[in-house]
Design a protein around this ligand. Structure first.
Ligand SMILES: Cc1cc2nc3c(=O)[nH]c(=O)nc-3n(C[C@H](O)[C@H](O)[C@H](O)COP(=O)(O)OP(=O)(O)OC[C@H]3O[C@@H](n4cnc5c(N)ncnc54)[C@H](O)[C@@H]3O)c2cc1C
Length: 675
């Protein structure tokens, strides 16, 4: 069994790299594994649609390993734009995607393409701007008069940008200051930036690439303010690529990372555009200049306009977890080769992967990201159900879609950033080299915590929606998906005497925590005299812990359901169960304060010992498990490649880097038109 697993693994890796020449370390690590490689690979692959794997394969075929930064901002920007064109052309040529498929399923392309982030976060971000934000906004808020624009966006005839944030307001977009006055005589909108803080700022693609923009502004007709609306406008002359009259466009300048994205600012000075520029699905202006909307509340209109754009959050959630898995599993492979200090007993040098502290540092994280890997498949399923319900105000999944996209984006990107930082340290000095993937990933993972909704703001929004379910319990309204555990009874505080090395029992404990914290927080808010003040004060010790507790429970419940897919092989199921157990045990040890009413000190000590024993068991499996993940060899850092020859691979890079760059940018990439 064990040998045949190794052969299967080698077969798989041979596919990954044609001339694969595994090291001795590779053979030893794969010999350690007790799970059925084929079954595990099938089940893990099934967590993603086939097109995701096809996109990765297509991109892998045309890219070189690409983890180092360009020296100048201009070169980085040129490279990012070049690869967007080249990759889209390759995907269309191969028939993996068509422009119409992109228009029909922009979220799908966005998710697949974000999966290539380890090749370069700037490239996937450029796709996210063009497809996930620009094209998707036109699709979501536009009508038949905007249909041609979709095709132009999908074939890169137009490069677009998404202008929501202003210098003065990012998270609270209802306070945007840019104005769009409608002039019924000329049938035009007149755009203005009335203050310095109304300057649209941070806009990706704006500084030098985009010719068109989706712009959000306060719509004013005859002096009446109708709230924030989306508009599609031409911003640069398509022939000479200069800003149009009435616009001033600038560059946001140097950033702490992501130099390949040309972030820009724009100001409007009596800039005039025709009436069709209003993206008029939810609100329109009649020929005699009267405003009409099916949605009466300004806040609801805003939520509906921006709601389905949160698909970008799902893509970020997925890609951040992929990067965390790439970094943690890559570091584990390096650790399986790297030796430091002699063991006084054996007199042999110890591999870094064999130190218990290192099990705790990285295998606990690897386990969490594996559980999250299964989680994102479920989150995506929920998201697709929401999309099927349409983007209008009657979609019953709207609240839950906002909850799940907000909480998952915040929690995944936070712990991914921490994992990348730990992974960087795990590789010591070599972790600081740009050739080892970590350096270029960290700034992208940093930014992921802020854009598409600042994480702290998202946690508050998620908290409100969690508490809404508590209200539903008491008013007997249907609960949102994932809240089936919530009842009107606060769980009794009773000693928990079951074994703590069983995934079902651990799920019970995480359920008690989630349910109790939801009830306790709900009660504190209900009995507060000043609810606004109470909300603010309860955030650190009540609302955040409740939100984390809800999400940890969701992840483990989903993982327990996922384990059923591995029933056909006991060993494989055991190994995957261990990942879930480690995730839950670590979560419980980190939340000891809450569990002290349920577990004695003795139980807590025993739990920690069991966690360390489980980590030692997983140590034998983790390198093998890393070969199941949807990454290609080129997506790894030089020291964590699949052949496990870190020194040779790293030196190859260092020596090559001294020579001239061998990138050869052919300028004549053609995007096939879809007709
Ligand atoms: C590289 C980059 C690219 C970007 N690309 C685009 C783009 O293409 N298009 C676009 O429109 N925008 C873009 N943005 C803007 C981005 O979406 C915003 O920066 C983000 O939404 C946060 O808004 P803000 O910067 O105004 O921060 P703020 O909202 O001012 O937040 C600052 C801090 O205040 C905290 N805070 C805010 N509200 C509360 C509250 N109620 N309670 C407690 N704390 C709070 C936040 O948690 C945060 O820590 C980009 C930003 C960057 C850096």
């Amino acid at each position: 069994m064990i040998n045949s697993n190794r052969e299967k693994a080698i077969r798989r890796i041979t596919l990954l790299k044609k001339h694969f020449d595994p090291s001795e370390d590779f053979n030893r690590e794969l010999d350690n594994c007790t799970f059925d490689f084929d079954l595990a690979l099938r089940v893990v692959n099934d967590l993603r649609p086939k097109v995701h794997h096809q996109v990765i394969a297509a991109v892998d075929s045309i890219m070189k390993q690409n983890h180092f930064k360009e020296k100048s901002r201009e070169a980085a920007r040129f490279k990012a734009n070049y690869w967007v064109k080249k990759i889209l052309s390759e995907l269309y040529d191969r028939g993996v995607l068509t422009p119409h498929k992109v228009i029909d399923h922009p979220d799908l392309l966005n998710r697949c393409i974000m999966g290539i982030s380890p090749f370069g976060g700037e490239i996937s971000t450029k796709f996210a701007i063009q497809i996930g934000l620009y094209l998707k906004s036109i699709k979501n808020m536009g009508t038949e008069i905007h249909q041609d624009e979709l095709l132009r966006a999908a074939t890169l005839e137009d490069y677009g940008c998404f202008c929501l944030t202003e210098l003065g307001h990012g998270s609270d977009v209802s306070k945007l200051e840019t104005t769009a006055h409608f002039d019924p005589i000329s049938n035009q909108f007149i755009f203005n930036s009335p203050t310095e803080t109304s300057r649209k700022f941070w806009i990706g693609n704006l500084a030098s690439t985009a010719t068109k923009a989706v712009v959000f502004a306060q719509l004013i007709i005859n002096g009446v303010r109708h709230g924030v609306h989306g508009f599609l406008i031409q911003i640069r002359d398509p022939e000479i690529h200069e800003p149009l009259y009435g616009l001033t466009i600038g560059d946001c300048g140097d950033k702490i990372g992501m130099q390949g994205i040309d972030n820009g600012w724009i100001m409007f000075d009596n800039f005039k555009v025709g009436k069709n520029s209003l993206l008029n699905k939810y609100a329109d202006i009649s020929p005699d200049g009267v405003y009409t909307s099916t949605i009466t509340s300004k806040a609801k209109l805003m939520a509906v306009q921006l709601g389905s754009l949160s698909g970008g959050r799902i893509a970020i959630t997925q890609v951040s977890n992929d990067c965390a898995l790439a970094v943690s599993s890559g570091a584990l492979r390096y650790w399986a080769v790297r030796k430091q200090f002699k063991n006084p007993k054996t007199k042999k040098e110890t591999r870094l992967i064999d130190y218990s502290i290192n099990h705790y540092r990285l295998i606990t994280r690897f386990a969490r990201h594996f559980v999250q890997h299964a989680g994102i498949a479920k989150i995506t399923e929920f998201w697709d159900q929401f999309l099927q319900g349409g983007s209008g105000p009657d979609n019953k999944m709207t609240g839950f879609a906002h909850l799940i996209s907000s909480v998952s984006k915040a929690i995944y990107t936070w712990n991914t950033f921490d994992t990348c930082s730990e992974g960087r340290q795990a590789c010591g000095g070599l972790g600081f080299s740009s050739y080892n993937a970590l350096g270029s990933i960290i700034p992208v993972m940093d930014l992921n915590r802020t854009w598409e909704g600042d994480n702290n703001v998202l946690m508050q929004q998620a908290g409100k929606l969690i508490l809404q379910n508590l209200a539903y319990v008491f008013t007997e309204k249907p609960l949102m998906p994932t809240f089936e555990f919530l009842t009107s009874e606060i769980p009794l505080v009773t000693p928990f005497r079951k074994t703590l090395n069983d995934v079902t029992n651990l799920l019970k404990l995480l359920t008690i925590r989630a349910e109790t914290l939801i009830h306790q927080t709900g009660m504190k808010l209900q009995f507060a005299d000043d609810k606004v003040e109470a909300w603010d004060k309860l955030l650190p010790f009540n609302i955040y812990p409740m939100t984390f507790a809800y999400f940890d429970r969701f992840l483990l419940q989903n993982y327990v359901d996922f384990l059923a897919r591995l029933e056909e092989d006991e060993n494989t199921q055991k190994v995957f169960t261990l990942l879930g157990i480690v995730f839950a045990q670590k979560t419980i040890t980190e939340n000891g304060e809450f569990f002290k009413d349920y577990l004695t000190n003795g139980q807590m000590e025993e739990l920690k010992e069991t966690l360390m024993e489980n980590l030692a068991k997983l140590r034998k499996e983790v390198v093998g498990l890393s070969y199941l993940l949807p990454f290609t060899d080129k997506m790894q850092g030089a020291i964590s490649k699949f052949d496990m020859k870190p020194y040779k691979n790293f030196l190859d890079f260092v020596e090559k880097a001294e020579r001239k760059s061998d990138y050869n940018f052919d300028d004549d990439v053609v995007i096939p038109s879809c007709s």
